[in-house]
Design a protein around this ligand. Structure first.
Ligand code: FAD
Length: 527
């Protein structure tokens, strides 16, 4: 089956939805998600979205905080651009119906998070993402030019490769003509031809055993672009959230927002000792990479399974009203956060790198844009400042949409694209192999490519991953497509990219910590 649309949008989080809303008056949009419209990382965002919206705060301070967190790898021009465009994008979200908390004077009630020098986080209680997702999903559903395909899995991008041409990476003239998409209900691959395609497929958290990300976060877009010979960068910078609720039977791990640290909560070891002052002068308000490494270290040295986040000294009414969701969740497992300390562990949370894009969201492949967590824009550098990612998603969706609206006028659909070739494939009998390889891949990534890395661990990880890679490719050639198999294949591709880029970076910087090179190159230059 073939379908023709002006704009193909893969992903229905903040990046995909806001792009779709902006381009929909200029052509037919097809919005594809492998799950339902609302099951996205966006929906789980708790803390909020960073923007300068009140006087004592300045663009300059937000720029400085972002660059400090990014540890020398942010692109300053991009940081400045995103920060200064933020207030307008926030106004748009409000116009689209997203409600942010306000104080009695009607001004935004701004929170402060780790690494921010000012109160600048707009939020909707502690469920900001859910509120944004609700508002944008409702608008998208009403737009007559937007078709929504739920339970549709994008498998491969269509390029000249599908016309029989040999394509090499860094080749300047690769063009994207759409994507092959698996209809998960009917098990049928649709050829969707598009003039413009946007990848907004989000993050990669499920590569790891413990993650705050929902099950959809398997790096599909990054893997697809890599296979289509696009450029991927900065994959070594995986952010681990320092505080997910320690509850071994739960996946995804429930996030304890950093705003609670901003509110005054502090970390303690199981025997009640405060430890963060040993690692950073900001104590429990240190940037999250420092906090995550400190917790990892305390847990490993002491042999403990978790540490505590202590909010018991804070105003109980304030805690309950600012963090109702966390309060409710902890209550459901017998923890009253106003009286009991919260057991927490670090969890894979965010990928700073991804598909390399320019300042307008263009990838290396023509007619293909990327936005949101799947993209690497230069904003985050070696470490993301909290609450800058929703902002990045909405700013890049806006910039990409402007370019796409301009480009669409001169583009046509590509002819002679064949439908998906099912030849040589049979029913997948081997769910056991898929499931076991999935688990093994998560073990490899968690044990050897986690918060602390070394040359030896990375070499071992690559050797192990190569075995799973060969087995999975073999299975892929023989089997009819399934979501699990495609996801496994994508995650192995993404795992490979993380390991290779981690091996190439012979220093510790931002989120990438190597025991063999404990200092950053710039620090070594100075001393
Ligand atoms: C628990 C949690 C809390 C967070 N808190 C904050 C916060 O407070 N502030 C902040 O700025 N950021 C936060 N983040 C990060 C932020 O939520 C994400 O970076 C951001 O929402 C990503 O948006 P996105 O549009 O790029 O992707 P997502 O919202 O993840 O959407 C991805 C979409 O792609 C679809 N998709 C993926 N692969 C395929 C495929 N093969 N075929 C079809 N569809 C596909 C998915 O189904 C989904 O619709 C948090 C993240 C988590 C997990």
């Amino acid at each position: 089956m073939k379908k023709k649309v002006d704009f193909l949008v893969i992903g229905t989080g903040l990046a995909g939805l806001s792009f779709a809303l902006k381009v929909a008056d200029h052509g037919k949009v097809c919005l594809v998600t492998k799950s339902n419209l609302d099951e996205t990382n966006t929906k789980y965002a708790q803390g909020g979205i960073a923007a300068v919206t009140y006087k004592p705060d300045t663009f300059e301070k937000h720029v400085k905080d972002t660059i400090t967190a990014g540890d020398g790898l942010c692109n300053e021009e991009i940081v400045r651009m995103v920060v200064t465009e933020a207030p307008r994008r926030i106004e748009e979200l409000v116009e689209w119906g997203a409600r942010f908390d306000r104080n009695p004077d009607g001004d935004f009630d701004l929170a402060r998070e780790g690494g921010h020098s000012e109160h600048r986080i707009l939020h909707h209680r502690d469920q900001t993402g859910k509120e944004i997702q609700r508002a944008l999903s409702a608008r998208v559903r009403k737009h007559k030019n937007i078709e929504i395909l739920e339970e549709h899995f994008a498998v491969e991008l269509i390029t000249q490769h599908h016309l029989g041409h040999l394509i090499k990476r860094y080749y300047e003239n690769i063009r994207c003509f759409g994507a092959y998409v698996l209809d998960l209900k009917n098990n049928d691959v649709i050829t969707i031809l598009s003039k413009i395609t946007l990848i907004a497929t989000g993050g990669v958290g499920n590569l790891y055993n413990t993650t705050t990300n929902p099950f959809i976060a398997t790096g599909d877009g990054i893997a697809m672009v890599y296979r289509a010979k696009g450029i991927i960068e900065n994959m070594e910078f995986v952010q681990f959230h320092p505080s997910s609720l320690y509850n071994p039977n739960e996946r995804p791990s429930f996030l304890i927002t950093e705003a609670i640290r901003g509110f005054g909560a502090i970390f303690r070891t199981i025997d009640g000792k405060e430890f963060m002052h040993k690692y950073d002068k900001q104590g429990s308000l240190a940037p999250r990479d420092i906090v995550a490494r400190a917790i990892d270290n305390e847990m490993k040295v002491r042999g403990d399974d978790f540490v505590y986040l202590d909010a018991t000294h804070l105003d109980p009414a304030g805690l309950r009203s600012h963090f109702p969701n966390i309060y409710k969740k902890c209550r459901s497992i017998g923890i009253d956060i106003t009286r009991d300390m919260i057991p927490v562990v670090p969890a894979a949370h965010f990928i700073c790198g991804g598909i390399k894009v320019d300042k307008n969201g263009r990838t290396h492949i023509n007619n293909l844009f990327a936005a949101g967590e799947a993209a690497s824009t230069g904003l985050h550098g070696a470490n993301r400042l909290a609450s800058n990612s929703l902002l990045e998603a909405v700013v890049y969706a806006d910039r990409s949409s402007r370019e796409a609206i301009h480009d669409i006028k001169k583009l046509n659909f590509q002819k002679n694209i064949l439908d998906w070739n099912y030849e040589g494939t049979s029913h997948p009998e081997e769910m056991v192999l898929i499931t076991q390889n999935y688990k093994e891949m998560q073990q490899i990534m968690s044990n050897y490519v986690g918060i602390v890395r070394s040359e030896l661990r990375l070499t071992r990880a690559l050797q192990r991953l190569e075995i799973i890679y060969r087995e999975t490719e073999e299975l892929y050639k023989k089997s009819t497509l399934s979501k699990k198999l495609c996801e496994l294949r994508n995650m192995i591709n993404v795992g490979y990219l993380i390991i290779k880029m981690a091996q190439d970076r012979k220093e510790s910087r931002g989120l990438h910590y190597m025991t063999d090179y404990p200092k950053s190159k710039k620090a070594l230059d100075i001393h």
